[in-house]
Design a protein around this ligand. Structure first.
Ligand code: FEO
Ligand code: CA
Ligand code: CA
Ligand code: CA
Length: 567
């Protein structure tokens, strides 16, 4: 109806209501369909998915991985290739025959390792339906055991050497691949987030080095890898965790190319990598460190990007900065250098959190995705929530007082901070900032700060913004990973959702809801912008295969019924 369409402003859709059910909802006039689910074949020799076993072990590195997350689509000639992360596993689903999904053998561990990492896959549309092109020469799985190169200032440092790799320049695997990014030259950046959880010690009394505490690395691991795979046993390989926590560059056009860990981009719990090119051609990468009270970072390359010219060194040589926000709406990027930190360039790259603490950066409410506006010189970061804000500090971290872009104690809703680089130049070391939105619940909290900012109302409430991406028209797509119980502080918010925000007006409307228990994470567009691909991670609902089947993370394709462009 025309009133509702007008109310949607620039958005071109009628907002959807909240949902608490077990399926996906998109606006009237739009359709959704499954592109790919965890366990679907990338190669015809892989076994069909099996709901009893959680999938075949022998071909577990030849199927789509579990827990889909950040993704990017690449148009290579007339082919469309999606690179997409599989962040972590739910062993109760992957090893359903084991007690609590606990691995009991090296084979069990290998299966979990194979279901994580990155999938590169060709996709194609036929008659409006998208599918994965099985056996495409572009198809590839990158797992916890795939050979990687280590580059940048930390490559070859003693802290990165192991018995298996005395050079400190070659490692195996990429871990907990959360958000992603795309370089201006068409490669994929995958971001290692909660890597700490994969490492443990078979010696419970092992004395841990000081840096392990700040990164959350301890004797207990999340998946018991160390019991069956000595590489993950820190009592045998103390440096192995220092080879994780980086951003990894993957060339989707070359299935044989070795992925490269770019240490110049720092080591922390990397959420995503939002790239842009500054006016003078230098490459900018904005990055969040998703932990309560950690920081927001920016990398500026030394060299400039020239289309068609060599890009060697652009992600290896440059300066890492960390953000400091003042209460008055100003901010600055503090350079992490030998002078400012008293650490070597390699140490800054390996112990980036410690370096950032030395310069007095602002502790944030869990920086998730950063998004750079393609039509205005500004960038946004989702600060998802922080139950410890103002009350408690992380192990080894800095104090987290209330203030600046983190204005609420025990922040249960989250907010999105926006900054405007000085002189409209992403290279600038100073900026102005404001909050694009403070999520909240006006129905429950009246006019306290927990009601949210003025652009939040009963009709668009959400909590815990996480994934974010701009479309080419400059609208901001916001994905949530929050409390979906729909009660108490979260009453009226329903299941996790995807919303669209207009930077110019502040208007935000709900575009999509997902099955209960799932978060929405990962978004990319087809080359013609007529299809929007969206990731649905860890559904608790019996989705998409129905009751009595294992819940499966998946990517859906959303289209307009009239096949018009979406963003
Ligand atoms: Fe993997 Fe911070 O989300
Ligand atoms: Ca996230
Ligand atoms: Ca998540
Ligand atoms: Ca999250």
């Amino acid at each position: 109806n025309s009133t509702a369409v007008q109310a949607a402003g620039r958005f071109g859709f009628t907002p959807v209501g909240v949902a608490t059910d077990a399926t996906v909802h998109v606006p009237e006039g739009y359709t959704w369909d499954i592109l790919v689910k965890w366990g679907d074949k990338l190669f015809s020799d892989a076994a069909d998915f099996d709901h009893v076993t959680g999938g075949d072990l022998a071909t577990s590195d030849r199927v789509f991985g579990e827990n889909t997350d950040g993704m990017e689509l690449f148009a290579i000639g007339d082919k469309q290739i999606i690179a997409v992360n599989s962040e972590y596993v739910n062993p109760k689903l992957n090893l359903p025959q084991n007690q609590d999904g606990k691995p009991t053998s090296a084979d069990d561990v290998l299966k979990l390792q194979n279901l994580q990492g990155v999938t590169v896959m060709e996709v194609a549309e036929e008659g409006g339906d998208w599918h994965v092109v099985v056996d495409s020469p572009f198809n590839r799985r990158i797992t916890h055991n795939t050979p990687m190169k280590i580059s940048g200032p930390a490559a070859g440092h003693d802290l990165l050497k192991t018995d298996a790799d005395p050079s400190g320049t070659e490692s195996l695997g990429t871990y907990n691949n959360c958000g992603a990014g795309k370089t201006p030259w068409g490669t994929y950046l995958t971001c290692e987030e909660n890597f700490n959880g994969y490492f443990g010690s078979t010696d419970a009394d092992l004395e841990l080095p000081a840096d392990f505490k700040r990164y959350g690395i301890g004797v207990e691991s999340r998946y018991d890898y160390e019991k069956f795979d000595a590489r993950f046993d820190i009592s045998k390989n103390i440096n192995e965790p220092r080879r994780a926590g980086y951003i990894v560059e993957i060339d989707p056009a070359n299935p044989d190319a070795t992925p490269v860990k770019r240490t110049a981009l720092g080591r922390f719990k990397h959420e995503n990598a939002a790239c842009t090119v500054a006016r003078d051609g230098r490459v900018i990468v904005y990055m969040g460190d998703d932990e309560r009270g950690e920081f927001l970072y920016k990398f500026v390359s030394n060299g400039v990007y020239v289309p068609g010219a060599s890009t060697d060194g652009l992600l290896d040589e440059g300066t890492l900065y960390v953000a400091k926000f003042s209460d008055d709406g100003n901010g600055e990027w503090l350079a992490l250098t030998e002078e400012t930190t008293g650490m070597s360039q390699a140490e800054i790259c390996i112990y980036s959190r410690l370096a950032a603490s030395k310069v007095g950066a602002t502790t944030m409410d869990r920086p998730e995705w950063v998004a750079v506006n393609p039509v205005a010189v500004e960038a946004y970061c989702a600060l998802t929530n922080n139950k410890n804000r103002g009350v408690k500090t992380n192990a080894g971290g800095d104090e987290t007082p209330v203030g600046g872009p983190n204005p609420r104690e025990k922040n249960n809703y989250g907010q999105i901070v926006r900054w405007y680089p000085e002189n409209d130049d992403h290279v600038s070391s100073s900026f102005k900032w404001d909050l694009f939105v403070m999520a909240g619940n006006p129905d429950v909290h009246g006019d306290s700060p927990y009601a949210g900012s003025s652009n939040i109302n009963s009709g668009n409430m959400f909590n815990s913004p996480d994934g974010m991406m701009f479309d080419t028209s400059g609208l901001l797509w916001i994905q949530t990973d929050g409390d979906y119980k729909n009660e108490g502080d979260f009453a009226g918010m329903g299941n996790n959702q995807m919303l669209v925000g207009d930077p110019a007006t502040g208007q935000i409307e709900r575009f999509m809801t997902v099955p209960y228990g799932a978060e929405v994470t990962g978004i990319t567009w087809s080359a013609d912008k007529r299809t929007l691909f969206v990731g649905i991670q860890h559904p608790a609902a019996p989705f998409p295969d129905g009751e009595g089947k294992l819940a499966r993370s998946c990517v859906v394709a959303v289209k307009r019924s009239d096949n018009a462009m979406i963003g």
